[in-house]
Ligand binder design. Structure first.
Ligand code: HEM
Ligand SMILES: *[C@@H]1O[C@H](CO)[C@@H](O)[C@H](O)[C@H]1NC(C)=O
Ligand SMILES: *[C@@H]1O[C@H](CO)[C@@H](O)[C@H](O)[C@H]1NC(C)=O
Ligand SMILES: *[C@@H]1O[C@H](CO)[C@@H](O)[C@H](O)[C@H]1NC(C)=O
Ligand SMILES: *[C@@H]1O[C@H](CO)[C@@H](O)[C@H](O)[C@H]1NC(C)=O
Length: 357
């Protein structure tokens, strides 16, 4: 009997370690995922906030059912957060360049105001369930992932444990770290290589333009005064219809084939000279990236695998971890920026009362 039970607990240990290693294997090896930085973890909130990911996912399912366009806004918000000062929620702070407050917003950066509200709403739901332990930057990273998944893109794991930064994204930091849509491939490759991205990463990340919209002013320099000769003629004429003047205040879809679906049609657009920005279209013109574009257009799985890889890398740019930064109580301000805010007072009162009863 004794030997049997020893044997079975050995068996149990063996099975559970198999499970442990196979989970690790599935997460890091089989998907060939990039390494994670010190301080982040694949299982960061597994015991302290096990519902985190389902809270975010369920809420966004509802948000996107009402307006699928919000998915693109959230994906872009995470990109801007990560490229400017690292994924530290700095873009969310009121006063950040490119942020939601009118006086500081850089017009050509045009992040959607709703995106900021959605992140704050998610933060509130998560903190209500788990307390103030999840950062706004982690929530933005999860929201971006769910934006991809819920529009038909690949699912992937997000390493968590980011802390929120204390500094605004200044206008200079914003302009210096983001590339203009007028940039060519040389500029894109040079600028993104400083953040550790290779040509495949650059082409894969640009594939985020398979969803979402652009304002006319982001591309009309390709139409007026002279039409960019690399652009398909019918596509150009249709864009002129949507943007009759260089400064028309309209928007067009980034991917004409399937504007709200996360698929590889963006690369098919490029092969047909229907890329919206110079920074998109030049990826097919430039010999260094042309074959990568073609391979993604031919095989969606190849695109998805490379996109996941690049997103996990992007999501770890200059993150704050451990005791750095803070966990913000409100995504648009630092914890010690005490504004008298009725909503906060009410929320704190509610917390006090729910703790009492
Ligand atoms: C690499 C260079 C990139 C350039 C030059 C660029 C440029 C732009 C521009 C100009 C817009 C339109 C803004 C407007 O006029 O409203 C836009 C939209 C968008 N970008 Fe990029 N982008 C780049 C990379 C990325 C990356 C890495 C991601 C995400 C991983 C991304 C995701 C998006 C999304 C989803 C939209 C649509 C936003 C919406 O519908 O609200 N972009 N991008
Ligand atoms: C921003 O950059 C410009 C030019 O690159 C420079 O002249 C200016 O002093 C910078 N401003 C700040 C506040 O750093
Ligand atoms: C945005 O516009 C400003 C001024 O119009 C320009 O200096 C800047 O390069 C543009 N930035 C991007 C990322 O397009
Ligand atoms: C790309 O753009 C940069 C900066 O505008 C310019 O100096 C360079 O000549 C361009 N390269 C090509 C191949 O067009
Ligand atoms: C541009 O259009 C948006 C909504 O479509 C509107 O909120 C905004 O005020 C307009 N801006 C200008 C300068 O007309």
């Amino acid at each position: 009997m004794a030997s049997t039970s020893v044997y079975s607990s050995f068996e149990l240990l063996f099975i559970s370690s198999l499970l442990f290693f196979s989970q690790y294997f599935i997460l890091s090896e089989a998907q060939g995922l990039p390494p994670i930085v010190k301080g982040l973890s694949w299982t960061f909130f597994d015991s302290s906030c096990s519902k985190l990911e389902s809270i975010v996912r369920k809420r966004l399912e509802k948000v996107f059912k009402d307006d699928i366009g919000q998915a693109a806004g959230l994906l872009r918000l995470h990109f801007h957060d990560c490229f400017v000062q690292g994924c530290d929620g700095s873009v969310l702070l009121d006063g950040s360049a490119g942020g939601p407050s009118e006086k500081t917003a850089i017009p050509n950066l045009t992040l959607r105001k709703e995106s900021f509200k959605i992140i704050e709403d998610l933060r509130e739901r998560v903190h209500k369930e788990c307390g103030k332990i999840v950062s706004c930057s982690d929530i933005a990273a999860l929201a971006a992932r769910d934006a991809v998944v819920l529009t038909g893109g690949p699912n992937y794991v997000v390493p968590l444990g980011r802390r929120d930064g204390l500094n605004f994204a200044t206008e200079n930091a914003t302009l210096n770290n983001l590339v203009a849509p007028t940039a060519n491939t040389t500029t894109l490759l040079n600028r993104l290589s400083t953040k550790g991205f290779d040509a495949t990463d650059v082409v894969a990340l640009s594939g985020a333009h398979t969803i979402g919209i652009s304002h006319c002013t982001s591309f009309t320099e390709r139409l007026y005064p002279n039409q960019d000769s690399t652009m398909d003629k019918t596509f150009a004429n249709n864009l002129k219809g949507s943007c009759p003047k260089a400064d028309s205040n309209n928007t067009v879809n980034l991917d004409i084939r399937s504007p709200n679906i996360f698929d590889n049609k963006y690369y098919v657009d490029l092969m047909n000279r229907q890329g919206l920005f110079t920074s998109d279209q030049d990826l097919f013109t430039d010999q260094r990236t042309r074959n990568i574009v073609t391979s993604f257009a031919k095989d969606q799985k190849v695109f998805f695998d490379n996109f996941v890889n690049a997103m996990i890398k992007m999501g770890q740019l200059n993150v704050l971890t451990g005791g750095q930064g803070e966990i913000r109580a409100k995504c648009d301000r630092r914890n010690n920026d005490k504004k008298v805010d009725i909503a906060t007072v009410v929320e704190e009162l509610e917390e006090t009362f729910s703790a009492l009863f």
